[in-house]
Design a protein around this ligand. Sequence first.
Ligand code: ADP
Ligand code: MG
Length: 693
Amino acid sequence: MIMSELYGSLVFDDRVMSRRLPKETYKELKKCCALDRPLSLEVANVIANEMKDWAVEKGVTHFTHWFQPMTGITAEKHDSFITPTKSGGVIMELSGKELIKGEPDASSFPSGGLRSTFEARGYTAWDPTSYAFIKDGILCIPTAFCSYNGDALDKKTPLLRSMEAVNKQGVRLLRLFGRKTERLNVTVGPEQEYFLVDTATFEKRKDLFYTGRTLFGARPPKGQELDDHYFGAIKPRIVKYMKELDEELWKLGILAKTKHNEVAPAQHEFAPIFTTVNVASDQNQLTMEIMKKVAAKHGMTCILHEKPFDGVNGSGKHNNWSLCTNFGHNLFEPGKSPEDNAQFLLILAAAVAAVDTHQDLLRIAIASAGNDHRLGANEAPPAIVSMYLGDELTGILQAIADGRKYSRRANCEVQLGVHVLPQFAMDSSDRNRTSPFAFTGNKFEFRMPGSAQSIAGVNVVLNTIMADQFEQFSNELEKAKDLHEGINKIIKRVMTEHGRIIFNGNNYSAEWVEEAEKRGLLNLRSTMDALPYLTSEKNIALFKRQNVFSKRELLSREEIHIENYCRLINIEAMTMLDMATMEIIPSVLRYKGDVAKAAKNSNAIGVDSSAEVEIANTLANLVKTARTQIATLQAALDKAHSMGLHIEGGRCYRDEVIPAMEALRRTCDNLELNTAKSYWPFPNYGDILFSVH
Ligand code: ADP
Ligand code: MG
């Protein structure tokens, strides 16, 4: 198929709608999307019918409301189009009502107490700003998922609300600059890291199979130290995979753009071209699903876990985020005129204030058991949230705050609204790769999210905290006698109160941890340290003010988060106990038995058997240690179970279960290094990391 036919061929997108829908219907739909107005049933009926005809022409027989419950993955329930006729046959139908509203029995989705099971029904509502598409022969209709009394039970609803908040407050702020902006959109381009390993190898490891990461494994002789994988030539089998992945994504209207090898062996990266945030979020969920599916067709398994292998890089997801008006003006693009620059610097100041005030929320948005292994290691940003602006922009903001001349490059006085600012040197040469939140010339790159996470959560936070700053600035500037004086005052205040969040140095260094503490920045090391901040008074008030989460909704998210954490660590611990007891120890004992036999045989013919005895002794001691550690882990697990799926239980997993798991792992990895390969019960790190040829 040629590209122009392939791209978007499975999407009921603007091109299809403008061609197939009656002009009036199409216009009405566009208007409703632009103004966030609900569609009338009459219009929905027309759209539903066309959507169904289009799908049926492509051989589709079923449709589903496609939604994103708080599990972080997507859900679907398939219904066929068939409707019986009086004459005993069937016709294919999709009504407007079926398009805009569904009622899945949703009692098994996590609700964090928002919906008791006796009122199990939730409803799904069409999000017409994200196109319907065909996946596996099913027409998928992107929807939001709510309980009967309107509580959001999903990840999309708050995202849509946060987009609305930043739109409302952003447009208001832009009015002060005389802009005629009608809508402010959030644009996002997520870069996705992943591992590909051979499925036959993958399936021999219970840990990978059940938890997506290795719980045991000594380091291989060769890891990533030679840096020979990063941007290296891509192996033919991977090339074929990436080609098919691109094609599958293009069919779904996903602008797959960049692909390359990453730092670790078997690690790769994918990036699409950015788009509106709710579409980017839907598409990233789809991308993750399709990455796995296409891998299976090639005999490989795609691993999205944040830290599948100890000692080599983990996987993240860089969330590139910006704001763009309906006229296509990117608000983080430094301007060409003095007016533009005043606006740009004010928006930048809003970001500085927002990130500093809500460090906790950004940290929580990316908190997960998987990501805990990544943050703070020498590969990902630390758990401390800070912001990179580069020396030039920092200097300019500081000069304004100090009321002095800015003189690093061009010796010009920075006076808002009077001068054109010096050209910012935002080239890649001074980009800081270690910053968790970096300004990269015309957007911010948030680098803390984990590879397996939905990007909805981080963008809910980014949109909401920016909306809140915009609101505060507007409140102040609408009253100001002189706009530029008002802006000067705000920038000065932001730099004084929030300038501490700006850090242009090396975030991986030990000095930064100390320095950050001196600056009073938060350092929330693990998920369980971060989570309790979610429902602080500050955060409840913020989300309420911006109409993004009610207090109930926020509490439910905290509860689900804790439950997930406990359940996940529990599965990992159980898998370890299982592998250690039923696979590792029996294998080692078999080897030890053979070594002992060899010692006996040597003795019998008068040959020195001290080496055999030494080996057997080492193994015996390690097995003994392992058995003690198994008992300790089991006891810690029992204790955690008894505490329930609450914060205390979560802390018990963090403080007792995880350390017990680490201790057992160390001993077993040591056993691996002392056991003949042919006896070891499953593939080792080398086998897995170099399993694709
Ligand atoms: P990197 O150097 O970090 O690999 P890239 O230039 O490959 O960065 O871009 C990373 C992502 O940023 C891409 O998905 C790209 O589409 C996205 N991006 C570029 N401009 C914007 C923008 N204005 N808003 C949001 N995302 C953007
Ligand atoms: Mg990047």
